[in-house]
Design a protein around this ligand. Structure first.
Ligand code: ADP
Length: 463
């Protein structure tokens, strides 16, 4: 147990997170000229720290669907937020870094969120509880508890909508245990034990306990009673069972006033109601879309391959880039932009590196896996930048790593989360140094997400 002073009552707010105030009157929705109104920072209900980029968007998407206005930041911002929202998700890349670094980055995010007035802190990790042997879920949770001077929190990656359920402390992915789901072979975070009490206990000095399904099924009072009992027994973190959205919704009220919640993105569906917020279209309102449209795809996942084909079948212009030509020293980005320039006025264009697996393997064999990936990412990031310089203001990026490279090249540090295009993939509106006045509509699609017509459908949603 840490010697840091902390509250004895799990439900009693402690530290700077403070109590959840009665629901404040929600001000005018963000949108149109009100979006990103600088200097109108109000009380922030939820301050979230996510351990990776696409996980942050997943969490933000769930909060928006539950009615919160949400901004996602890329890393810890250097200044104040400058927008009135209900929740902020700070996206870190701390899942697999050394524990001390993950702790330092998470504490920096916490300090910034506290400075913005966050009333409750949410530490978001993967719904498959991805962690290395040393963490980082345990060390980060413990550091946040110490900093918030709180003696108790929960931990549950349950996300039933996404086939992640927790029963008797065991995590299931679909119908099988986590340790039989393929995650046992993950190159960075192999998960060989599905018992989350054991997994978390191996990463933290706090005692880990369980709030099991029978308790959750009985609702808020039973959960609160169990939390008090666990804390009296010296437990600091409780894994919570949940096999359905109803379980999460029953759990939610018992988390009101808890300074720190740790979870996957599932629990997020139940928290906005604690602040008097209900689902509303206004939460996902973005400024009106303007400008030219383009898709940049560096994903070779099966779903993306189908999306590229579908987009071309619909008659939209598309250009493939060749990694070997990039390796030969040709300025492929400049060539692509020269091709796109006259076409953009007629509608969306697609630039893709997408190839089938035998082509990718052959290129990787000649260039090396990392070198091939890096070359393609750098080129597509330069293309994305050039497209925005040509007037593109609605940009679809396909591929997780590709998205990271593009966001970095575009100098994006903050995105407001808008309507969901497909599960897990919302439109966002980003502040962008290349479009300082109007910003940029952007969607970042993980490789295997989205229906076949995703690329064309995305633009019709903004029309
Ligand atoms: P996904 O979300 O589908 O995993 P990512 O963007 O995360 O997509 O990863 C795809 C990786 O493959 C990137 O590093 C990208 O640069 C690389 N890549 C894309 N196209 C090719 C290609 N034709 N040959 C080799 N590597 C490629």
């Amino acid at each position: 147990m840490s010697s840091t002073e902390r509250s004895e009552d799990p439900l009693k707010p402690a530290g700077a997170a403070g109590p959840a105030s009665p629901a404040r009157r929600r001000s005018a929705p963000l949108g149109g000229s009100e979006a990103h109104a600088v200097g109108s920072v109000g009380a922030l209900f939820l301050g979230c720290i996510a351990d990776d980029f696409t996980g942050a968007t997943d969490l933000a998407n769930n909060l928006v669907r539950a009615g919160m206005r949400v901004v996602q930041t890329i890393g810890v911002p250097s200044g104040p937020l400058g927008a009135e929202v209900d929740a902020v998700v700070v996206a870190l890349k701390s899942r697999t870094v050394p524990p001390a670094q993950a702790v330092a980055e998470s504490l920096a995010a916490l300090a910034w969120l506290q400075a913005q007035g966050a009333q409750q802190i949410y530490f978001k990790y993967c719904s498959t509880f991805d962690s290395t042997a040393r963490g980082n879920i345990g060390p980060v949770t413990e550091a946040l508890m110490d900093a918030l001077a709180t003696g108790f929190t929960i931990a549950t990656p349950a996300f039933p909508d996404n086939q992640r359920t927790v029963f008797k402390g065991y995590l299931f992915v679909g119908d099988v245990l986590l340790s039989e789901s393929g995650m046992q072979n993950h190159p960075l975070t192999p998960m060989t034990d599905a018992n989350l009490v054991r997994v978390l206990q191996s990463q933290t000095t706090r005692r880990v306990g369980l709030i099991d399904h029978r308790v959750v099924a009985r609702g808020e009072a039973a959960v609160r009673e169990r939390m008090a009992q666990l804390q009296a027994e010296g437990v600091g973190v409780a894994i919570v069972d949940a096999v359905s959205n109803d379980d999460l919704l029953r759990l939610g009220p018992a988390l009101k006033d808890m300074p720190l919640v740790t979870a996957g993105s599932g629990v997020a569906i139940a928290l906005p109601a604690n602040f008097g917020i209900t689902p509303s279209d206004q939460a996902s309102r973005l400024p009106a879309a303007i400008g030219l449209q383009a898709v940049v795809s560096g994903s070779c996942s099966l779903a993306t391959n189908r999306q590229v084909l579908d987009f071309m079948k619909q008659g939209h212009p598309a250009l493939a880039i060749d990694p070997l030509r990039i390796a030969s020293g040709a300025d492929v980005a400049a060539e692509v932009l020269a091709w796109a320039r006259p076409l953009l006025a007629q509608g969306p264009v697609l630039v893709y590196s997408t190839a089938d697996s035998s082509d990718v393997k052959s290129v990787q064999g000649r260039l090396g896996v990392e070198e091939a990936g890096a070359l393609v990412e750098r080129t597509l990031a330069a293309v994305a930048r050039g497209l925005v310089q040509l007037g593109v203001r609605q940009l679809v990026v396909a591929g997780g790593e590709t998205s990271g490279a593009c966001v970095q090249a575009l100098g994006i540090t903050q995105m407001q989360i808008g309507p969901q295009i497909d599960p897990g993939v919302p439109w966002c509106h980003a502040l962008c140094e290349l479009a300082p006045q109007e910003g940029l509509h952007l969607t970042l699609k993980s490789g295997n997400f989205g229906t076949d017509d995703f690329f064309s459908k995305a633009f019709t949603m903004l029309a």
